[in-house]
Ligand binder design. Structure first.
Ligand code: F3S
Length: 117
């Protein structure tokens, strides 16, 4: 099993989660992080750390966030390791809680198949 980052992270990238991860499982996109399912040890430390409640154990993903499984697994090998030097995006608080943020991503950074909007 793995934990997964979901849509709430997009355009926020608060980066609190990285500090709580005992292994190197977070990968950094331009406007979000994902978790490498090959590295995650399912400790769950990151869940409480995220201000947007964007991280779930895969077996607790609500139906509308299921695209996150494919999203994390596909992008993690393509993205660089996220370090503790990552800073929250400048307009993170503006985007926190905004719906349908996945739909704002370029196609190569969005979940496939696209989530219902
Ligand atoms: Fe994203 Fe939450 Fe981490 S917004 S960067 S999953 S603390």
């Amino acid at each position: 099993m793995t934990h997964v980052v979901t849509e709430g992270c997009v355009h926020c990238k608060y980066a609190e989660c990285i500090t709580y991860c005992p292994v190197a499982c977070f990968r950094e996109g331009d406007t979000f992080l994902v978790i490498d399912p090959e590295e995650c040890i399912d400790c769950g430390n990151c869940v409480e750390a995220c201000p947007t409640d964007a991280i779930y154990p895969e077996d607790e993903l609500p139906p509308e966030l299921q695209p996150a499984l494919e999203w994390n697994a596909r992008l993690a090998p393509l993205l660089p390791l996220a370090t503790t030097r990552v800073l929250p995006l400048a307009d993170a608080d503006h985007w926190n809680g905004t719906p349908d943020k996945w739909l704002s991503l370029p196609p190569d950074q969005a979940p496939v198949p696209a989530p219902a909007g």
